[in-house]
Design a protein around this ligand. Structure first.
Ligand SMILES: O=c1ccn([C@@H]2O[C@H](COP(=O)(O)O)[C@@H](O)[C@H]2O)c(=O)[nH]1
Length: 276
């Protein structure tokens, strides 16, 4: 199934714009999991099973698995999501970006090895660096636009218009993706919840294109401002991502139940502002 269709189905079926981020940090695991060779898989499947019906997508961040030599556990986790929770698409947060020949290998890694439904990419090496991912017509391609970190402004806020005009780099990225790269309708953009004014600007430039929005929860982004700035005309259009605030809601044996409570509260806080 096409990523955009799966996402639209999950928005509707689960009445949710919440993306549950999977950033497993063994130092924060409950004591009963510490030291187990399969701790990352066990921890993450616990979170996934407790939150799947509340989520529109899952977003494993590859660095947390690779740093622990746990790529096999990432493969097993994504297999688990596809077999137990087939209605919830998986975004591999990898932020890749390289020349075409190398990008072909990254695309194989994401879509054939890990079987992700979508991947995050940096747009800064240009169209030919993204094309190998478009060879997988059902997969989602999610490009960094206005990231949630303060340092994102160093480059993303540069005026790239030339002359007397004004166009900031993140606006150029949004326009380029919406008007050119998205010919097959499989693109989305990353815009941080920490910058609601920029979410609104990106929404203005991109019509109903889905936006992946990290930065609520641990990074302090405001849910109401985020939803009001980014919702589409239909009250969807967003994958609002939270990782640490859900994963580590409790560090005890009840971590999965606590994650469910946090996910439910977040989903409902988002839903309170979807229409209006
Ligand atoms: O601009 C960006 C792009 C990606 N991220 C990723 O999202 C999560 C955020 O985790 P929290 O614990 O909810 O803060 C993490 O995987 C980042 O790599 C981002 O934060 N900002």
């Amino acid at each position: 199934m096409h990523f955009m269709t799966a996402l639209a189905d999950a928005w509707r079926q689960h009445d949710s714009l919440l993306c549950v981020g999977l950033d497993p940090d063994p130092a924060r695991f409950p004591a009963h999991l510490k030291g187990r060779p399969d701790a990352i898989l066990e921890f993450c499947t616990g979170i996934v099973d407790a939150t799947a019906d509340l989520a529109c997508c899952f977003k494993p961040q590859i660095a947390y698995f690779a740093a622990q030599r746990a790529e096999a556990q990432l493969e097993a986790l994504i297999d688990h999501i596809h077999s137990r929770h087939p209605a919830v698409p998986v975004i591999l947060d990898a932020k890749r970006g390289d020349i075409g020949s190398t990008a072909e290998q990254y695309a194989i890694e994401a879509f054939e090895r890990y079987r992700a439904d979508a991947i995050t990419l940096s747009p800064y090496m240009g169209r030919d660096s993204v094309e190998p991912y478009f060879a997988y017509p059902d997969k989602g391609v999610i490009l960094l636009c206005r990231t949630s970190n303060a340092g994102g402004s160093d480059l993303q806020f540069l005026n790239v218009a030339g002359g007397a005009g004004e166009e900031r780099l993140f606006e150029r990225v949004a326009r380029l993706v919406a008007e050119d790269w998205n010919a097959s309708g499989n693109c989305a953009l990353v815009v941080g919840a920490t910058f609601p004014a920029e979410i609104a600007r990106v929404r203005e430039l991109t019509g109903d294109m889905p936006l992946l929005v990290p930065g609520i929860g641990a990074q302090g982004g405001d849910i109401e401002a985020t939803v009001k700035a980014g919702r589409s005309a239909a009250g969807t259009g967003l994958m609002i991502s939270s990782s640490r605030a859900i994963l580590y809601a409790s560090q005890g044996e009840d971590y999965a139940e606590a994650a469910r409570r946090a996910a439910l509260a977040t989903r409902d806080a988002i839903n309170a502002h979807r229409q209006g």
